[in-house]
Unconditional design. Structure first.
Length: 413
């Protein structure tokens, strides 16, 4: 009770240091996150740093030294909701550093309505149609943005059906021929039966034969086939018996250069293949998986939420402004939960950290930056972050470096 009282009177009008949680998933890298944060590797894969308030791994907010101590961000929000958020029922976004050393599962995220129905069904002891108990971790959707800190490769959305039919047909596998024909005649509607059939081919030697065919295609003159074949071989190293190793022929391959971004909306099948970046998403951990994973697979639930249409360009074009203090590169996705501003600071003058949209998370990627206002300051190095609550106004950033600022994507009044 005494600790709650101390937190209740601690001012939240200054920048507050965030201490992230490390997620040691097996697909993570050994060195990227430790190197970014200026520490030695632990010897275990470090896949993600979470700078958010999701109850699965809330960051700690440092309120002071000694008795003041720190408090998990979700608990601080529960105790001081208006001071932290200004308006809104919860922190709408989750900021992460993500580092993938090997391909992730084929997965998708539900819409807000789908997540609410699935989570409510579980809470009352039932299951969402097609979903296993526990498929939904919370009632929120999970659109996400990946800002590349290194060259980054991903699968994102379905290929045009004619293109997928051409690539699949080139494998010469008899069991795929009916689906190749259906893609040519039925278009994107043929994707669900194709994925269902692949799920049913587990335990056969189909995956091994597909890898053999892909290996021959690495010498092909078709650049799409060569690229897809390379990733089929790479995925098969970790999942040699899963027929879904051929998904690079079905889903679009996306390659980001450092500084580019990818947006993934609800119902879009995807997989991060390799690379490191800043990931920003709605405050959710709802992930439905189809395969290529040792984790729980929710095949029917995922197939029920997929958007069966050819994907457009998933790259998110930024708005770039040259300003007296440096450059602002803004990535604005088609959701209200978040936007991401990347600030390149030259040290010529302070950069304002806009408070029009309320709560913000400021994450340093390069250099040394001081985040400050009249109430206090935090000196941040790469891999360190500060929470700017709604009560923290007139905040600026000074120094030389690169800063990622996450905030709600609300329209200005």
């Amino acid at each position: 009770m005494e600790r709650k009282a101390r937190h209740a009177v601690t001012p939240l009008d200054r920048p507050l240091r965030l201490v992230p949680r490390v997620r040691n998933y097996d697909w993570g890298t050994l060195d990227f996150i430790p190197s970014l944060c200026g520490r030695e590797p632990t010897g275990s894969p470090e896949a993600e740093l979470w700078f958010g308030g999701h109850p699965d791994a809330p960051a700690d907010v440092v309120l002071g030294s000694g008795e003041a101590g720190s408090i998990p961000l979700d608990r601080l929000i529960a105790e001081r909701r208006v001071d932290v958020l200004g308006r809104g029922a919860d922190l709408p976004f989750l900021t992460k550093i993500l580092s993938a050393g090997r391909p992730l599962s084929i997965q998708a995220h539900p819409s807000r309505e789908q997540a609410a129905r699935g989570f409510a069904a579980q809470s009352t002891g039932g299951t969402q149609p097609g979903g296993a108990p526990g498929s939904y971790r919370d009632p929120n959707h999970k659109p996400e943005l990946l800002y590349a800190l290194t060259p980054f490769s991903a699968l994102s959305g379905f290929r045009p059906p004619v293109e997928a039919a051409r690539l699949l047909g080139a494998l010469g596998l008899e069991e795929l021929e009916p689906h190749v024909r259906r893609l040519g005649s039925e278009g994107a509607a043929a994707y669900r039966p194709l994925l269902e059939a692949l799920r049913g081919l587990g335990g056969t030697n189909m995956a091994a034969r597909a890898v053999d065919a892909a290996r021959r295609a690495t010498e092909d003159t078709d650049p799409e086939r060569r690229d897809a074949a390379r990733w089929i071989e790479r995925i098969a190293v970790f999942h040699p018996e899963d027929p879904l190793v051929i998904t690079p022929l079905i889903l679009r391959l996306v390659h980001l250069d450092q500084g580019q971004a990818l947006f993934t909306g609800p119902g879009v099948p995807h997989s991060y293949l390799e690379g490191s970046g800043v990931e920003v998403m709605a405050n959710s951990d709802n992930v439905l998986r189809l395969g290529l994973t040792s984790k729980r697979v929710d095949a029917r639930a995922l197939l029920d939420i997929l958007v069966y249409e050819a994907a457009g360009d998933a790259s998110l074009a930024p708005e770039v402004e040259e300003l007296p203090w440096g450059r602002r590169t803004s990535f604005t996705p088609p959701v209200e939960d978040f936007r991401l501003d990347v600030l390149s600071l030259t040290g010529r003058s302070p950069a304002p950290l806009t408070d029009d949209n309320g709560v913000r998370v400021v994450l340093v990627l390069e250099g040394e930056v001081e985040v400050l206002n009249a109430a206090g300051s935090e000196r941040l190095l790469p891999g360190q972050a500060a929470l700017l609550s709604a009560a923290a106004t007139a905040v600026t950033a000074t120094g030389h470096g690169t800063v990622a600022v996450t905030m709600p994507n609300r329209q200005k009044n």
